[in-house]
Design a protein around this ligand. Structure first.
Ligand SMILES: C[S@@+](CC[C@H](N)C(=O)[O-])C[C@H]1O[C@@H](n2cnc3c(N)ncnc32)[C@H](O)[C@@H]1O
Length: 259
């Protein structure tokens, strides 16, 4: 571990350069990731690494990608999507014609596109355009292209794959009708205002990288961003311990409803 002084200097310099607030993320995990990246790119210390990032745009973008951990999957943790499909969305639609949906920390698009396919197939597309946001512009660019490898599409249920994928050489492109259901936008959960009156928010496998204090602040922001009765869907290793204080109640494992 670097000295606290060096680490703080690095976070400050990097914050000025990128506007990413590293103090909100868990230090040991972040430091490990940053150090491994520095080692593999021949940086000897934080000072030389900052200079390298300032002068090499390609390295800078690669570093942001490395830092933000972009792993995603279509219908990640399928059993939870079944609860979404069979319980949560039917209940949400019981008293309104369309849903306002936000996928926060959407990475390369697998999550919002899974939602788009589900809404189209099972709920006659009864949603506004799905808003999908991430801090990392590179993953958003990839998400907008909607081109995936064979491995990436392997978790799509076969029916969806047959219907919504177009093969292009060794890649697969999602059909335009699904792409059109999603709007991608850059958004930093730590500092940008949250869209309001959402019926459904997905924020999965994003807050795991934040400190407990930051996590709590973000859950409060999500609770405020839901309309009463709206639902927050979180990741399979996550739990909101202070749900009641935030005005949320658990309606199924990984699903919290605003009171
Ligand atoms: C592991 S991916 C999760 C993708 C998807 N939600 C899923 O569960 O498959 C985490 C995403 O969170 C994004 N992220 C990290 N910090 C963020 C922040 N402060 N604001 C918005 N997105 C952030 C990363 O860029 C990354 O794409």
């Amino acid at each position: 571990m670097a000295s606290t002084y060096d680490w703080e200097w690095f976070m400050q310099q990097f914050g000025i350069m990128s506007k990413i607030d590293l103090t909100a993320y868990k230090r040991p995990q972040m430091e490990r990731r940053i150090n491994s990246f520095m080692r593999s790119h021949g940086a000897e210390g934080y000072h030389s690494f900052i200079s390298m990032l300032q002068t090499d745009q390609t390295l800078y973008r690669k570093f942001i990608e490395h830092l933000t951990i972009n792993v995603s999957e279509f219908f990640r943790n399928q059993a939870h999507w079944e609860v979404l499909e069979n319980q949560v969305i039917p209940e949400l639609l019981s008293d309104r014609s369309t849903l306002k949906i936000w996928s926060a920390g959407c990475s390369t698009g697998e999550e919002p596109y899974s939602l788009a396919m589900l809404m189209k197939e099972r709920f006659q597309s009864r949603s506004d355009k799905i808003l999908a946001t991430d801090i990392d512009q590179d993953v958003l660019d990839k998400a907008s292209q909607a081109i995936y490898t064979e491995k990436a599409v392997s978790t799509l249920p076969p029916y969806y794959a047959r219907k919504y994928l177009v093969r292009e050489g060794e890649y697969y492109r999602l059909s335009d009708d699904i792409k059109q259901m999603v709007t991608f936008k850059q958004h930093d959960l730590l500092k940008d205002p949250y869209p309001r009156y959402n019926d459904l928010i997905l924020c999965r496998n994003v807050v795991i990288y934040f400190t407990e204090e930051t996590k709590c602040r973000l859950y409060q922001n999500f609770a405020d961003a839901l309309r009463p009765g709206g639902v927050l869907f979180i990741g399979s290793t996550e739990q909101i311990f202070q749900a009641r204080e935030l005005g949320l109640k658990s309606i199924a494992t990984f699903f919290y409803q605003k009171l």
